[in-house]
Write a protein of this length. Structure first.
Length: 637
């Protein structure tokens, strides 16, 4: 609480010092002739002080918000693990599943600070680099108007920046990532520290497992193996139809349509509208003013015409500056459109390879709408600037009309003076002396440029995730769909079917001989190995066999492969026994040709003696039985 009060006191002191310095500086500037009077300077100081106060309040409110967010995260971190290492481990595991979300959460504050600082520096550079040494040529009304426009532009930029950050954060994914982080933290605390739930009484997960009976532990592992096999089966079965529906996208047609969007949206180029025609200051030419100067040699008249000519030259320079800004804005808009078009083409070409037809079409529609809206915003910025130019020219035209009419009236007064008997006794009051030129710095230049900045386009839509339109099924198999590999789908499915078939056959085979206190499968490791080996054998045989017969890469039917793998896993034990007996009968126990006959010859027996048991070896029936035992047993038997 003391730190909070200290922070408030420091902020209050800094605010008072800043306000005092600003107030003194403005009054000093007014005394130096920068403004019309000290009253205007005091009023401007009050307005600036209020603006600065609101700015400080906004910064302090932002500080309170950030502090509240960090306090909330600190409280949540307590649920994500009892120790800092466990919290970091759970956060790292969460980052493996939600890498983009974790990255955005870490980078978002840094990006916000850097972007807003860059914008603030840009505004300062624009203000300090204005011709004429700043804003000294303005009256209070124009300066206040520009200040309000600047605050408005800053607020709009801040709003757009926050909206962009919120979009990048992906709030639904952020909530899922936060929930996963908390769950992983609880699990890790329960496993390593034994402090989650009733873990302290059990000594953690290791202590809980040690208290279980051996049969229960094996049954739990068997259940986990079943769940893994079922998940692999479901994932592969979902991925097969999704992969088979994918087709080759026609990027050329899409790119032509995107180029058409940019072309049709360029309304300024289509209508041929440029800067409004000739400059409205042309009537006040040097010849016109020289003609007026020749009317009389009165010094006041000469000074008045010199001031009019100076005002005209300043306005010509100002309009040239606005015209250059128009050309610069046109060039910036064209470059921005080209970059947006290139970005859209690259995104569609690179990110739609692993998407299905519906997802690809949906993403193309989103990109098209985004590009159309972006081009429309940029053209709107051009329109805004063009309208401001027209308004400025309208002001110049009115000024030219007023000054021309005033000069004509003054010329009549000069004529009356010349015709007067005592011209020196007349007090000349020239109307043109009270016709003031438009302000050098109106909102045109600032609003025109800020309109382009504030109409910054939204970020490019992220491509849909594979299977995003398949609901829960797409979410389950998304990791496999992202790989976009048919071979990986086959391997995943065969691992699932192989493991499932091996476990089922083991349970059925041992069920009749199992006692109540024994596990469902005594040798779980062997069952898992049989299932995985069956998947490997079937995959290699299918891929290799097709390559031998077709001499080219052929994709096998996934459902046939899955069925073969399931059958092979169910009967894997009989298949391995049959293969062992067949190899033993063909090559013998030592692997040499001749089989069992060769083994008998090495033992000093004739082949006939090896095949027949002899006279004392029993009846012919027993001999037949002996031969039957030596023959390899087929899987059907």
């Amino acid at each position: 609480m003391a730190m909070t009060r200290t922070g408030k006191i420091l902020i209050a002191i800094a605010s008072l010092i800043a306000l005092a310095l600003l107030f003194i500086g403005l009054i000093s500037l007014a005394e130096g002739g920068g403004y019309a009077s000290q009253d205007n300077a005091i009023l401007l100081a009050a307005i600036s002080a209020i603006s600065l106060l609101f700015l400080l309040l906004g910064l302090y409110s932002g500080y309170l918000f950030v502090r509240a967010v960090f306090r909330l995260l600190g409280k949540l971190a307590g649920f994500a693990g009892d120790t800092v290492p466990l919290r970091l481990i759970s956060l790292g595991l969460t980052a493996l599943i939600f890498p983009q979300v974790v990255r955005e959460v870490i980078i978002a504050p840094v990006r916000f600070f850097m972007n807003f600082s860059a914008y603030f520096i840009t505004v300062l550079n624009t203000s300090l680099s204005t011709p004429g040494g700043g804003y000294g040529g303005m009256d209070l009304h124009d300066l206040l108007r520009i200040s309000l426009y600047t605050f408005r532009d800053a607020w709009i930029y801040l709003r757009n920046l926050l909206a962009e950050i919120l979009i990048d954060l992906q709030i639904p994914s952020l909530m899922l990532a936060l929930a996963l982080w908390l769950i992983l933290g609880q699990i890790l605390s329960f496993v390593f520290d034994g402090s989650a739930g009733r873990g302290e009484e059990r000594g953690g997960l290791p202590g809980f497992v040690r208290k279980l009976a051996p049969a229960t532990r094996k049954n739990i592992l068997l259940t986990a193996a079943f769940l893994v096999s079922g998940y692999l089966i479901m994932t592969s079965m979902i991925a097969v139809p999704w992969f088979q529906q994918t087709g080759k996208p026609n990027h050329e047609d899409w790119e032509r349509e995107l180029e058409t969007i940019i072309t049709t949206r360029d309304t300024i180029a289509q209508t041929g509208e440029e800067i409004p025609g000739a400059a409205p200051l042309d009537p006040l030419s040097d010849a016109f003013l020289d003609e007026k100067a020749a009317l009389d040699t009165l010094p006041q008249w000469g000074l008045l015409l010199a001031r009019v000519k100076s005002d005209r030259n300043e306005l010509l320079q100002q309009r040239k500056l606005l015209a250059d800004g128009w050309e610069s804005l046109r060039e910036s808009v064209e470059k921005r459109k080209s970059s947006l078009l290139s970005l859209a083409k690259i995104s569609i070409k690179d990110t739609t390879i692993s998407l299905g037809p519906r997802e690809r079409a949906s993403y193309y529609l989103e990109v098209s709408q985004w590009l159309s809206a972006s081009a429309e915003n940029l053209d709107a910025a051009l329109k805004d600037y063009q309208n401001l130019l027209k308004q400025y020219d309208y002001k110049l035209e009115n000024w030219v009309k007023d000054i021309t009419a005033a000069l004509a009236s003054d010329a009549e007064k000069l004529s009356a003076r010349r015709n007067s008997a005592n011209p020196d006794s007349l007090e000349m009051v020239f109307e043109s002396a009270y016709v003031y030129k438009p302000s050098l710095y109106t909102e045109d230049l600032f609003t025109g440029q800020s309109s382009f900045r504030n109409r910054a386009t939204d970020p490019l839509p992220a491509p849909p995730l594979p299977g995003s339109q398949w609901g829960i099924f797409g979410l389950i198999s998304r990791w496999l769909l992202r790989a976009n590999s048919y071979a990986l789908i086959l391997i995943t499915g065969m691992l699932g079917f192989g493991l499932f078939g091996s476990l089922i056959s083991s349970i059925v085979r041992e069920h009749s001989q199992r006692r109540p206190e024994e596990p469902l499968v005594k040798d779980l490791d062997a069952a898992v190995v049989r299932g995985l080996s069956a998947a490997v054998v079937v995959f290699l045989s299918v891929k290799g066999g097709l390559a031998v017969f077709t001499n080219q890469e052929v994709e096998p039917n996934s459902y046939v492969v899955f069925f073969t793998c399931l059958v092979g896993a169910v009967f894997s034990e009989r298949i391995w026994e049959w293969a062992r007996e067949w190899l033993k009968g063909k090559y013998g126990a030592d692997g040499k040709a001749g089989g069992e006959a060769g083994d008998a010859a090495e033992a000093g027996e004739s082949p006939d003696q090896a095949e027949e048991p002899g006279e004392e070896g029993g009846s012919s029936e027993s001999a037949e039985t002996g031969r039957n035992d030596k023959e390899p047993t087929s899987p059907e038997k």
